[in-house]
Design a protein around this ligand. Structure first.
Ligand SMILES: O=c1nc[nH]c2c1ncn2[C@H]1C[C@H](O)[C@@H](COP(=O)(O)OP(=O)(O)OP(=O)(O)O)O1
Ligand SMILES: [Mg+2]
Length: 202
């Protein structure tokens, strides 16, 4: 018996167009059918947790409660070693509440202006949570990590968020210079989603 009934609709607890696009591409052809929480008028949840896991659970529970469906949430961010892991869970609001991707990325570059090259290492983190219903006591939790370096100037136009300043050493370019399929095959989100898919379809 699979954890999710085949063909059952699942709400995706995100308002981030970049994430929605990537998750949609990753699940193309899968048994799982997802719809963004915007389709159900789900109000934005307050991300009050101190971990990616807590925030993903908060978002999934909120979307499940408002839609009456099982829910998947993605909480993700970028950690930089020169900043002892900041912005981390605060990546989306690094330059302040409601900040744009461009403002967040500019603040990160400016905070790293004096950082030694050796400390410009960092990584994207992604935690995905699947809740069967709002009170599900055993959420499925999957995680992915993608190691890289922080560039000094943005490069590339694909992706979203911090992609233009995230250098991918294995490919010699920024993640915004990777085509979407390649990014999905490497990324924190791709890793976590493939794990979740295996659990849901097993
Ligand atoms: O692959 C990525 N490429 C570039 N940047 C990324 C990526 N993955 C996460 N990020 C950044 C974007 C945002 O600054 C933060 C996520 O914050 P996070 O709260 O999880 O998402 P969000 O507020 O944008 O949308 P929502 O909560 O509705 O899913 O990390
Ligand atoms: Mg958020």
């Amino acid at each position: 018996m699979s954890r999710s009934h085949r063909g059952e609709q699942i709400v995706l607890a995100s308002n981030n167009a970049g994430k929605l696009r990537e998750i949609g591409q990753l699940l193309a052809g899968a048994q799982i059918r997802i719809r963004p929480q915007g389709d159900f008028g789900v109000p934005e949840a307050e991300e009050t947790g101190l971990t990616f896991v807590e925030n993903a659970i908060i978002k999934a529970r909120n979307a499940s409660a408002h839609s009456g469906l099982a829910a998947i949430a993605d909480d993700s961010g970028i950690e930089v070693d020169a900043l002892r892991g900041a912005p981390g869970i605060y990546s989306a609001r690094y330059a302040g509440a409601g900040a744009s991707d461009e403002e967040n990325l500019r603040k990160l570059l400016s905070d790293l202006a004096e950082a030694p090259e050796a400390e410009r290492t960092g990584r994207f983190q992604c935690v995905l949570v699947y809740l069967r219903h709002p009170e599900d006591p055993t959420p499925l939790i999957c995680q992915g990590t993608w190691e890289g370096r922080i560039l000094t100037t943005p490069r590339g136009t694909n992706g979203f968020g911090y992609d233009p300043i995230f250098f991918v050493p294995t490919h010699g370019c920024s993640s915004a210079e990777l085509d979407p399929e390649t990014k999905n095959s490497l990324s924190h989100r791709g890793q976590a989603l493939r794990q979740l898919q295996r659990l849901l379809e097993s």
